[in-house]
Design a protein around this ligand. Structure first.
Ligand code: NAP
Length: 293
């Protein structure tokens, strides 16, 4: 049995769909959910539902009973994640899970000096717990979801003609979440994965200057890229009423990118998919092309 955590979320759900497409029987897939009401679609597909919450250790031990492989999708609450992840790893040990595949994160600077330390710290600690757990582990060092680029650009980017982000000339090797999920399903259904670490990145990294050029070509409108300082960025977005937590998150990723911390490329994902991941240009075309929209 393969249990997928975060199964009501986008990464978990997409991975389950790829497992089903690969011919894994729905009765051999367990979805860990907090709220059964959110999982009606999974139930309709015949996927087994088990209730569990990262905050509730006993619920996890019960949910993990009889599970051979666990896809551990990292929690979405970065302030509670350390304790939650410790619960997941300990519960998996107690329930004698044989293999854990964990969705981690990667940056070139995985130290306290990184603006992304709040994000990476709990991932690194979880990797350490997994390595100490004596459970067969596989670590997926995910990059930024390409799907998030429109959020960084802002919903009015075509109206204003400006991309405003403190990302300098830094680049990011972002890839689509669904392609990382597809590769994850391939790993879950392949033998000999113990002790492996995969780096899920694109084969090419891009800057926001390049995004501005692509957008200009796609839409026929001139889109300019302005890179303010992080302070100017925070001040401007605050004036526009953007909540501080969002400004903090966007700014951390943009500044990390400016520092070169996200400029990672590689071929792990390409090999797992059997094709090159979707490029930023293709993605932007899908989202912004006037002929498609
Ligand atoms: N690489 C990136 O760019 C990037 C970006 C954002 C997030 N992430 C990380 O990747 C993960 C998956 O991304 P996603 O897009 O699938 O996120 P998502 O759609 O927000 O899904 C998060 C999933 O985690 C579940 N969850 C949250 N807290 C939980 C808890 N206490 N106990 C059990 N389940 C819990 C949610 O359950 P409910 O449906 O019940 O809320 C949901 O199923 C995120 O959780 C985050 O750690 C990565």
């Amino acid at each position: 049995m393969i249990l997928v955590t975060g199964a009501t979320g986008q990464f978990g759900k997409s991975t389950i769909d790829f497992l089903l497409k690969k011919g894994i029987s729905s009765t051999n897939i367990i979805a860990l959910v907090r709220d059964e009401k959110k999982a009606a679609d999974l139930k309709d597909k015949g996927v087994v539902l088990r209730i569990g919450d990262y905050d509730n250790y006993t619920s996890l031990v019960n949910a993990f009973k009889g599970v051979e492989k666990l896809l551990f999708v990292s929690g979405s609450d970065i302030f509670k994640r350390l304790e939650q992840h410790q619960n997941v790893v300990n519960a998996a040990k107690e329930a004698r899970v044989q293999q854990i595949v964990y969705t981690s994160f990667q940056g070139k600077n995985e130290t306290e000096s990184s603006p992304l330390w709040l994000v990476t710290q709990s991932h690194l600690q979880t990797e350490t717990w997994l390595k100490e757990s004596r459970i067969d582990y596989t670590i997926l060092k995910n990059t930024l979801y390409l799907d998030f680029v429109p959020a960084f650009l802002g919903e009015k980017v075509l109206e204003t003609g400006v991309i405003y982000l403190p990302a300098g000339n830094g680049k990011v090797g972002a890839v689509l979440r669904s392609e990382m999920a597809e590769a994850t399903a391939n790993i879950l259904t392949s033998a000999n994965q113990a002790g492996k670490t995969y780096r899920f990145t694109s084969h090419e990294a891009f800057s926001y200057q390049e995004v501005a050029q692509h957008l200009s070509e796609i839409t026929g409108k001139t889109i300019n890229y302005i890179s303010p300082t992080a302070d100017e960025y925070a001040k401007t977005l605050t004036e526009f009423g953007v909540p501080a937590e969002f400004i903090g998150l966007f700014s951390s990723f943009a500044v990390a990118q400016a520092n070169g911390e996200l400029e990672m490329v590689g071929s792990d994902l390409e090999q797992l998919l059997g094709r090159k991941p979707t490029s930023v240009k293709t993605f932007l075309n899908q989202v912004y092309s006037p002929s498609i929209n």
